[in-house]
Design a binder for this molecule. Structure first.
Ligand SMILES: CC(C)C[C@H](NC(=O)[C@@H](N)Cc1ccccc1)C(=O)O
Length: 632
């Protein structure tokens, strides 16, 4: 009643105005997060000069941390600050983290000798790690709060509007990430600096930092319009205590003299409310089903690491459009924005006509799609390997000075350096496309231009009698990349189709199968599977140590297929429930008769089981009456 009266004063088209601020906040926050993440692995590789394996490991550790911290955010919000204050405080931490990242990427700070490379790498590494830690704390901490806070803005009878809100919310996530994954790689490719011009990672991190500040300001502006639920005590703590008591009570009553109980959680009945125990049973059933899920995320999140690194060895020239390796990730949100409506309105209803396409079946197919995506990635890698030599490092050129005097060579943004007579320069990194070098000595200056393909490497020989363009000879140390980035599109298609089937369905499944007061617990549990998935990348990459990249892709695909089979067996035995109905059995009876309560619960569970094998089918709609009693 309180919520309705607070909210319904400010409505537009039946929706509380407050959700506008929440949706815009999510858009800006996801822009900030994905924008920073899009260039992160290249920042590690090219700015901090880490190798591919270290860059991939730290990237996945960071992503894993981002999905571990939701538990912390949920605890802070539920038991202490409430969602509103938690979002504000953790957003400030988040914004500070983004600013720290932007500052850490300013090479001039430690570039004492002004040669364009940072002189104190430890400083930059330390700052980046602090920044990433704060970002992980912020983004993960607010994640379960923002969506739940949005849901809180609707009153009980606004079920339909709330569902629409969650769809728009998911589209905003992908709208924000789409824009940022286009923009930040462009910013990263610019050149900036005080003393020397280098790739502008500071700008690529600075803009996401600014967007996080905007997200915070937008959220605060909406402050007067929100419904702010009071923290209700820490349900996670209650759940843990209750489970702990059930286990210890069971251990204490091991002997034959103690009658068995139907479920091990029933050993908590001596101290805890039966409703809480029934709710925990429901949650545990879903959590058990979650066990194989991290493997999906193991594959899914390699888009940002291995696949981006794969794209660096490919040709990004799409004619009028030149795509940076990190920009390939935009294919994911683009496909999400198109696939979600197509799946919902066309594909699912069509499949449903032939087979009962339940959430768990969708998730199984989603896993298979991800495995297919990795087989595609493996095939693309084989194609790349055919064309790729190993030495020297790509996208670089060097000059050999055959003249009797020292020469200077530069191109806008890159100073190759002063080359002594009969000596050679170091390799310098230049952009792809047409590059004009200026070569000058004490007595003469001239221009030399050349087309650089993606990933190519050249040595230029300057003869003794330099007149320029026509005198310089070039050898091609590395041919330009010939495998086109478009080859990655099939793998992106399959992984995104997999995401729609697995992730969008899984989110909704977790929500529908959770008791009311534990929806946040299950959301945090769902996000935890993402975190574990990212840790698995680290473990498999470390343990397997496979020298061939294509073989690693195939290994991951095979692992997911095995896990997928296990999941489908587990899902087959899962019985869909209607938590509200089971809870209602308890509410109705109250606490007046314990025996009656137990019977009532059993009746509820049995009824659900009976119906699960009967004629009910899951129709993919949210109408609880229809979905409550179905097997996979
Ligand atoms: C599914 C995630 C755990 C949650 C969700 N992510 C997405 O929706 C991604 N499709 C967004 C994306 C964008 C660009 C590159 C990779 C992923 C989220 O962030 O909440």
């Amino acid at each position: 009643v309180k919520r309705s009266s607070t909210l319904n004063n400010n409505k537009v088209l039946g929706y509380p105005i407050s959700i506008f601020f929440i949706v815009v906040n999510e858009f800006c926050e996801r822009f900030s997060y994905y924008g920073m993440r899009a260039v992160l692995v290249l920042y590690f590789k090219y700015f901090l000069r880490w190798d591919n394996d270290l860059a991939t490991s730290i990237y996945h550790t960071f992503v894993a941390l981002c999905y571990l911290t939701p538990i912390l955010g949920a605890i802070i919000a539920d038991s202490w600050l409430g969602k509103f204050k938690t979002i504000i405080y953790l957003s400030i931490v988040y914004a500070i983290g983004q600013v720290t990242m932007a500052v850490s990427a300013i090479h001039d700070i430690t570039d004492k000798d002004r040669d364009g490379t940072p002189d104190n790498m430890t400083f930059h590494v330390a700052m980046s790690m602090v920044g990433l830690f704060l970002i992980a704390l912020g983004t993960g901490g607010i994640k379960p709060c923002v969506s739940a806070f949005g849901g809180d803005q609707f009153s009980e009878h606004q079920e339909k509007q709330r569902r629409t809100f969650f769809s728009v919310f998911y589209l905003c996530i992908n709208g924000g990430s789409l824009l940022s994954t286009i923009i930040t790689p462009i910013l990263r490719a610019q050149e900036c600096g005080i003393y020397t011009q280098e790739k502008c990672y500071s700008l690529a991190f600075g803009v996401p930092a600014a967007l996080m500040v905007v997200a915070l300001v937008v959220f605060i502006v909406g402050s007067g319009m929100y419904y702010k639920a009071e923290p209700q005590g820490n349900i996670m703590l209650d759940v843990c205590k209750c489970i702990g008591f059930a286990i210890s009570n069971r251990v204490r009553h091991r002997g034959k003299q103690y009658p068995k109980r139907k479920h091990w959680m029933d050993w908590a009945e001596d101290r805890y409310d039966k409703l809480l125990i029934a709710q925990i049973k429901m949650v545990l059933k879903v959590l058990f089903l979650y066990i194989p899920l991290p493997m999906f995320w193991t594959l899914f999140d390699q888009k940002g690491s291995r696949w981006t690194l794969q794209a660096t060895t490919m040709d990004g020239n799409f004619g009028a459009l030149v795509i940076q390796p990190d920009q390939m990730q935009t294919v994911n949100p683009i496909l999400i924005l198109t696939l979600v409506p197509i799946m919902d309105s066309l594909i699912y209803p069509l499949i449903q006509k032939c087979v009962n396409f339940t959430p768990l079946r969708r998730m199984t197919v989603g896993m298979l799609m991800a495995a297919i995506a990795f087989v595609c990635a493996g095939l693309v890698q084989i194609e790349i390997d055919k064309t790729l030599p190993t030495f020297p490092s790509a996208s670089q050129s060097q000059f050999v000075n055959g003249m009797g005097m020292a020469l200077n060579v530069s191109t806008p943004g890159v100073y190759v350096g002063l080359i002594d007579s009969s000596y050679y320069s170091n390799y310098s990194l230049v952009n792809n496309g047409k590059i004009i070098f200026t070569i000058w000595s004490d007595t003469q200056a001239c221009n030399y231009s050349r087309e650089f393909g993606f990933g190519s490497s050249y040595t230029f020989y300057i003869p003794g009698n330099l007149v320029c363009q026509n005198d310089i000879t070039a050898t091609e140390d590395i041919k330009p990349n010939t495998a086109h980035m478009a080859l990655q599109i099939p793998q992106y298609f399959f992984i995104t189709a997999g995401e729609v089937m697995f992730s969008v369905t899984g989110l909704e499944f977790s929500y529908s199968q959770a008791p009311n007061n534990m929806k946040a617990v299950l959301q945090a549990g769902w996000l935890l599977t993402v975190a574990i998935g990212n840790f698995i990348v680290l473990i498999v990459a470390e343990v397997a140590k496979i020298p061939e990249q294509w073989a690693e892709y195939i290994l991951f695909a095979s692992l997911l297929i095995v896990v997928c089979v296990i999941f489908s067996i587990m899902a087959h035995f899962y019985t869909y429930i209607n938590p509200a109905e089971i809870e209602a059995q308890f509410m109705k009876k109250g606490d007046d008769n314990d025996e009656d309560d137990k019977k009532q619960l059993q009746k509820g569970m049995e009824m659900v089981k009976r119906n699960s094998t009967g004629s009910h089918s899951y129709d993919g709609d949210d109408d609880d009456d229809e979905r409550k009693k179905t097997k996979m």
